[in-house]
Structure formats: C-alpha cells, structure tokens
Design a protein around this ligand. Structure first.
Ligand SMILES: [Zn+2]
Length: 420
C-alpha cells in the first residue's frame, strides 16, 4: 500500500454526507482513503498528519463554465451600464478576439488558471475558441474539460470550423487531468447540421459536449421569428443563414442528449423542457440583468444544476465560492447544502466526472481545499458550518489536487508529508 497521510480539521464537509466535526481526511497516492472523526480513524498516524486547526475542509470547487481565453477582458464589464445590450457586448468580445496577440491570449489563460486555483477551483469546464487553453492547462495542476468551440451558421463557415476542430482532435490527446470535448457555440451561431455532427462524433469518441442555450430573449426571438437584433448582427458579420438555424431550444437539447452526456449552459429563459445537465452562472446572469433564473423549476424537472462564472468579460472575478455565496444571499430559501453541492459534486457530475471527483469520498481523487475560520467566528461555524461558509467572506487557504499540495498556508508543509 502507498504511504498514507492525513489532514485534521475543525470541520470536514464531504458533501455526499453530513459535516464531520474534528474530522480527518486520509489519502494514499492520489486517492482519498478515509474520511471520518479523528477519534475513529483507522489510518491516522501522528507523524503523517497535518493539523490544519480551525479550518473547514471541503472538496475542490468546480467551475463548470469558464472561458480562460477571455481573461484579458477583465475591464469590459465596467464599460457597460445596465441593462447590458447583449449584441453590443458580443461585438466587444469579437473585437478583442480579433485584436489580441497569441502571447496576450496565453498570458490571459495563465492568469485565469492561477486565479482559479487561488480561489479553490480544482476542476474547470473551459470553452476554448481554438483549443489554445489546453496547452496551458496540460502544464498546470488544474483539472479541466477543454471544449473546443465550433461556430458556423452558414454552410461554408460550418465546414471550415469543423475541419479545424477535427485537426485539433487529431493533434491533441489531453492527459489524466485534461479531457477533450467540443462546444457548438450557441443556437444563434451554429448550423443544425453542425450540432448533429458534433453530437454524433462526441458520442462515438466519448468526448464531452457543451453548448450555450437559452441565454437571451434575443436568442428566443431569433429561433421563433427568425428576426431581431441577433439577425441584424449576424447579417452585418456576413454570418447569417436562415436555413441553418435549429427549430427551437428543444431540438438543441436533443443534440445534447444524442452526444452522450451533453451539457447546456445558462438556460436563463427555459421553460417546459429541462436539460439533464445545466450550468448556471449567477453573477454573469446578474450582469446582463436577465429575468430571474428558472433553476427551481428546472431542478424539479430533473436537471442537475452546477455553477460557473462564465468569463471575466461578464464577471468581476473567477471566484466560484462567491457564485455560491451570491446564490444564498439572493435565494435564502435554498439550503446551503444544496448550493454547496452545485459548486462541487454537481459540477463534477455535469462534466461527466462525478464518479471520480466532487465529494470527499474514499476511492475518489484527493482534491480538497481548506478555508480558515477566524477565532471569533468559531461558535457560528460550529452551529452550521455550511451556512457559515456561504455567509462569511472567508478565503481559501489551502488547495490540494490528487493528493498533492498546490497552495498551502503552511509553506513548510509543501512537499514534506505527502512526498514521503
Ligand atoms: Zn460562456
């Protein structure tokens, strides 16, 4: 058996079972071996246990929707006043994509990875315009599903984007931390034949699949009436082809299912049919001033809902814990436990990795983070640790991925215990 080492903490939140006071998490290799009360642990040994003290230990957070290659657009949100025009915002994003140099994009991706890790994100669902972020992610400890974007409503553009995507898939393998996928961008920008093709290929090659869906009222108008501001926008770009559009959002959700494990992003205006897997981006949703998100209805209809930030072009930072805290402050009727699940286990599940990641469960990967509890807050923490976590502004102090310390509040511990 590999070397076993442990961390002890005031609270451990496994997520798939109730919080454990004075808990111990033991690891061997990259896996979790045991999660239990300190006094009941079979594996803890004094020499190989790091006492994290007054901390809450929880699974690494999952940011199920991010665009790392747009991290250079951090100042964009401040240029808009509400209500934000979606088309005017899209034009700014396109202008950035056309003007940024490859070096700038690589820098932005590296910054986004570092910011994610600092905020306790250990798994990201990243949509990458040309797949560049995979190169940076393969060199980082952050786990990711990298969805290469495909965009094309006209027949010509759809063929071109497909050729580029196939070339990327042929050249890239990913690694144990990074998996590959495809992301047909959105119903207003993707030809139905391209949706069908990506779904077929992802199912056959067991690749991940994700699409933006039901993000704006303009998107609904375009599909229903084939008109509105998105049509004018696409015509100006020379990217309009009415024959290419899907019939409705239900058709896109069918492609999501045909792909094997498809993920829908946003769903801000969905009613009636619910996708099986959905990412909700609460602060990006607020930035655009959308109508209230239908997450309660979608959950009742069976959707597994995860949380994402979306890009820095519509969000102040990449802090997934802040997304979870926003949900609790705006929807106090939702239980903190449910919200924490959205930020961890549901994120891993919608990315197809729920059997390996997302909760502190023996046999899963040892991805965990710690949040320090100030001494004056200990009574409140003990009364309800999950609620305290989501009502406080406490920061992430430690990050461990696959049993290896990535960020440690105790520098002397890094590389010491787990490497023995
Ligand atoms: Zn997005």
């Amino acid at each position: 058996m590999n070397h076993v080492w442990s961390v002890r903490a005031r609270w451990i939140l496994p997520v798939d079972r109730p919080p454990i006071a004075n808990g111990v998490l033991s690891m061997t290799g990259d896996l979790i071996a045991e999660v239990t009360w300190a006094k009941e642990s079979r594996l803890i040994s004094k020499a190989d246990c790091v006492d994290l003290g007054d901390c809450i230990v929880l699974p690494g957070l999952v940011n199920a929707h991010i665009h790392l290659d747009l991290c250079g657009l951090r100042t964009l949100p401040s240029k808009f006043s509400t209500p934000v025009s979606f088309v005017a915002w899209l034009q700014q994003v396109i202008a950035y994509r056309r003007s940024a140099s490859p070096d700038e994009i690589h820098d932005a991706i590296r910054q986004g990875i570092a910011e994610s890790l600092r905020n306790g994100v250990t798994l990201a669902g990243d949509i990458s315009a040309d797949g560049t972020s995979l190169i940076e992610l393969e060199d980082s400890p952050l786990r990711a599903v990298v969805f290469r974007e495909v965009i094309g409503l006209t027949r010509e553009r759809a063929r071109e984007t497909w050729r580029e995507a196939v070339r990327w898939l042929a050249e890239r393998r990913g690694n144990t931390r990074c998996q590959l996928g495809l992301s047909p961008h959105a119903p207003y920008s993707v030809r139905r034949g391209l949706y069908r093709l990506t779904a077929d290929v992802c199912r056959r090659w067991k690749l991940s699949w994700a699409t933006h869906l039901a993000e704006t009222l303009e998107e609904r108008d375009l599909l229903q009436a084939r008109s509105g501001p998105l049509r004018s926008f696409l015509e100006e770009l020379g990217a309009w082809d009415e024959c290419g559009l899907c019939r409705d959002w239900q058709e896109v959700m069918r492609y999501a299912e045909d792909s094997g494990h498809g993920l829908c992003i946003h769903g801000n205006y969905l009613s009636g049919t619910a996708p099986k897997r959905l990412v909700w981006c609460p602060r990006t949703h607020a930035f655009f001033g959308h109508e209230p998100h239908p997450f309660r209805t979608l959950m009742r209809q069976g959707s597994v809902i995860a949380l994402g930030t979306d890009s820095l072009a519509s969000n102040p930072d990449l802090n997934l814990l802040a997304e979870a805290r926003t949900v609790l402050s705006r929807h106090p009727d939702v239980s903190p436990e449910e919200i924490l699940r959205m930020a961890t286990l549901n994120g891993a599940a919608v990315l197809g990795l729920g059997d390996y990641l997302g909760s502190l469960t023996p046999g899963k990967q040892a991805d965990w983070i710690a949040v320090l509890v100030p001494s004056q807050e200990q009574l409140a923490t003990d009364a309800h640790p999950v609620r305290w976590l989501l009502e406080s502004d406490a920061k992430v102090s430690d990050v461990c991925i696959g049993g290896r310390w990535v960020i440690s509040s105790r520098a002397e511990m890094e590389g010491s215990v787990q490497d023995r």
